[in-house]
Design a protein around this ligand. Structure first.
Ligand code: SF4
Length: 64
């Protein structure tokens, strides 16, 4: 399972960072970025799903 962030859709709400800080960060321009190489460990699966559901721009995708 991997997470991807579509930077073209991201508007910098930072909910991803709040909900899944082990997976996401905010870059110097205020937009989200994936911290890891995209591969989600077992312990972060629920956080990843929460970030997907709560991103208001639909910018986060889970790829199985
Ligand atoms: S929650 Fe969505 S729109 Fe907001 S910073 Fe994260 S990816 Fe971007």
């Amino acid at each position: 399972m991997r997470v991807e962030l579509d930077v073209a859709r991201c508007q910098g709400h930072a909910r991803c960072l709040a909900l899944a800080p082990s997976l996401f960060d905010i870059d110097d321009d205020g937009f989200g970025r994936v911290l890891i190489d995209g591969e989600v460990g077992t312990s972060d699966i629920e956080a990843a799903k929460s970030a997907v559901i709560n991103c208001p721009e639909g910018a986060i995708l889970i790829v199985e």
